[in-house]
Ligand binder design. Structure first.
Ligand code: HEM
Length: 147
């Protein structure tokens, strides 16, 4: 088989997403210890919003590349690829969780920055950690599925 661009894209965006979610959690850890007004308006807050917007694109690309890979197992190439193992379904559960955590963290983060609702900082922080841990879990389950 030649070089597999689709797997390369999948691994690139999931590596970006995993690293960014951890960095975003570190950012929230710092924000947690700040005075209220700073948590919403600082350079840290602007970095979170930017990371979040790039994260939206990265998550979309994870889904697009992942679904394209699944089509190899269910579409015309299915005969070559074999069946999807049970660990894959567990991985998909974590990917759904990862996407939900990202959404919660985006929702709370926007409210902290735009409306100064700093009571939501712990929510956003926990969701960011949840996204990072789900990403790690997805990697482990993907390796369990395909190796
Ligand atoms: C929409 C969600 C996703 C779908 C449908 C999906 C689907 C797939 C499929 C079908 C493969 C097998 C590629 C092959 O070798 O032919 C794969 C590989 C892989 N996926 Fe995903 N994926 C998704 C999201 C993720 C996420 C979020 C992560 C981790 C953060 C992840 C981590 C991996 C890894 C590490 C591999 C390579 C496994 C190996 O070859 O050992 N995937 N994915």
């Amino acid at each position: 088989m030649g070089f597999d661009w689709l797997v390369a894209l999948h691994l690139t965006v999931l590596a970006l997403g995993t690293g960014m979610s951890f960095a975003n959690w570190l950012n929230w850890r710092l924000a947690r210890n700040m005075a209220d007004d700073e948590a919403g308006s600082s350079a840290l807050a602007r970095l979170r919003l930017l990371t979040g917007r790039v994260g939206d694109v990265v998550i979309a690309l994870i889904w697009i590349s992942g679904i394209a890979l699944v089509m190899r197992f269910t579409g015309a190439e299915a005969a070559n690829a074999g069946a999807l193992p049970p660990a894959f379904h567990a991985k998909m559960l974590l990917v759904v969780l990862l996407t939900l955590f990202h959404g919660i963290s985006r929702w709370a983060g926007l409210r902290v920055s735009r409306q100064g609702r700093t009571s939501l900082v712990p929510v956003a922080s926990s969701a960011a950690l949840g996204a990072a841990l789900s990403a790690i879990g997805s990697i482990v389950l993907a390796v369990a599925s395909f190796r």
